[in-house]
Design a protein around this ligand. Sequence first.
Ligand SMILES: [Zn+2]
Ligand SMILES: [Zn+2]
Length: 240
Amino acid sequence: MRAAAVASGAVNFDCVFLTHLHSDHITDLNDLVTTRWVMSAAENPLKVIGPHGTQDLVARTLTMLEPDIAYRLAHHRTLTWPPRCEVTEIDVGDEPTVVTDGAVRVLAAATDHAPVRPSIGYRVEADGSSVVIAGDTIPCSGLDSLCAHADAYVQTVINTSMVKMIPAARLQDILDYHSSVQDAAVTAQRAGVAILVMTHPVPPPIPGTEQDWIDEAAAIYEGEIHLAEDLLTIEVPHAT
Ligand SMILES: [Zn+2]
Ligand SMILES: [Zn+2]
């Protein structure tokens, strides 16, 4: 939906990168597979890159979609092939490894979201700029190595003090496997990144309190800070 809102529809996706298989990070995958399939003029497999378990996830997703696939194949005369995905499961360690190379280079390293194992963070490099997509993780050496001197570091965050005020045990459980605002700020400062982007904020910021989140990070981290909202666009510094 967000890609469609910036006029980059599902057909324009060459590849999807998954950080981990938590439901809130994969729930839209089936919609992307379906929309991309029915909108493509020719057979056009979707590349999916992710941790161990991604192959099974994609296979089960396609199984779930079987009734829908049959309806559409029966209904659209020019649609004569089922959706296909080409899955690559990657092994990662603390040092970044190159996942894809070319005009856009993507590196991956292990993150720490235990008991979610494995989980992966990505560093995207293009035109001399670098952006780290950390996913859900606590601070760890794999994350540090991805973030080293990155132009932008995008981190999912929780607000520890706000979560602690909510009397729900299951919510307290999330504190030990996500980066807090302070954790993200510490990682950003240590790695010397130029821009920290906090995303996936839990609990959802109450309108008007966004600056509090930024101030909390700014007490630790000296660079530029954003609390992301849908469709936010950020200019990253250009090295060349
Ligand atoms: Zn998660
Ligand atoms: Zn999450």
